[in-house]
Design a protein around this ligand. Sequence first.
Ligand SMILES: Cc1cc2nc3c(=O)[nH]c(=O)nc-3n(C[C@H](O)[C@H](O)[C@H](O)COP(=O)(O)O)c2cc1C
Ligand code: SF4
Length: 405
Amino acid sequence: MQNSAFDPLRIGPLTLRNRYIKSATNEGMARGGVPSKALVNHHRSMAAGGVGMTTVAYCAVSADGRTFVDQVQLKPETLPHLRALTDAVHREGAAACAQITHGGAFTFLPQLSTRYPLSASGGFNAVGAISGRFLRTGMQEADMETVTQQFVDGARLAREAGFDAVEIHMGHGYLLSQFLSPAYNRRRDQYGGDAAARARYPAQVLRRVLDRVGRDIAVSCKIGVTEGFKKGGTAEEAAVIAKILEREGAHLLVLSGGMNVEAPWAIFGSPMPREAAEIAQNPVVRLASRLMHLVEPKIEFKPLYLREHSLKVRAAVSMPLAYLGGAKSIQGIDQVIADGFDAVVMGRALIHDPDLVSKFASGAATESGCTACNRCVVSMYTPAGTHCVIKAAPDASLNQIPAAP
Ligand SMILES: Cc1cc2nc3c(=O)[nH]c(=O)nc-3n(C[C@H](O)[C@H](O)[C@H](O)COP(=O)(O)O)c2cc1C
Ligand code: SF4
């Protein structure tokens, strides 16, 4: 009999109550890096709304691994706040996942401990057009070991904070995806070359994280099924990468697409609205949004916009895979489950309505009212943090109050 998205799902040591996962969507709710009560409420509402697991976005594994100052860093000082969050999620019966990340060359931090940001290879840094850092440094093996250990320590801290899973971010143009991407990785050593060689370092990070925490918590990886631009990685290469991560023992792959700098529209399957640039309060984001409009191709949102590429990865591996990208209706979710995906990951549909899964279950809704306008992407820099702009904003004052006393 075919699975339903409401069936439990086992991923590694973790069993989810259903197959609906809230995607990591940068919440903008950790001012100065301190997880706030608003962040707790955000994830509590996702859990209360019925998801099997909610993912806390962009938890940086080191200070240099952040992209902005207002981002959670996995360190002892943030542990009590994260514990308040996981407790709240567990009280609502859902699991909590921490997305563990290093931005590499994609960073807007005012200060770094290295002269240039680290990446797979040195040279011109495309994001420098916005960040002002026009160069990046190729990592030496010693740097790679340091960062691997930071991922391991981050995963351990997430486990200690009560998370049931960690998602290693290998997509969207952050450090590990800079290794996977043919456009960023020009290395001539064993970590560069074809897709299998480019996957070597991300796979090593996965192995070390699995060795340390994989018996206690689930370890997933978020990868791109297409980078979405001419010189970027393809679905065929993603299939090779998926096989390697499967062999290494990943418990789940979350399939995404696009790259922050070169093809952000491929992350979302829809363009950023022009006015969104102007409502951004952060000047860096405002400039980025304006620049993006100059190069953005015409693109119209289609539900399940990553399905075709994701199916190529589905055909290549037998491990659990989560479909992501424009899943917003019961019909679409039934489709991807029928395709053989084991779970469905949703971002905007749940930002729009955290109760969507409960509404699907009760029959109160069959489709999300999210219009894929992407104005929530810009809202992450507003005082209230990430929210659906066609609905009431959450209480911004809670974004000033640390999650734990
Ligand atoms: C406001 C917002 C912030 C996001 N921040 C992140 C992030 O921090 N990490 C990440 O992996 N993806 C991030 N994404 C991308 C989503 O996780 C997801 O890949 C994308 O929204 C497509 O899924 P959807 O069609 O279900 O919204 C963000 C998306 C949105 C809308
Ligand atoms: S602002 Fe609301 S309607 Fe627009 S994409 Fe975000 S969640 Fe959907």
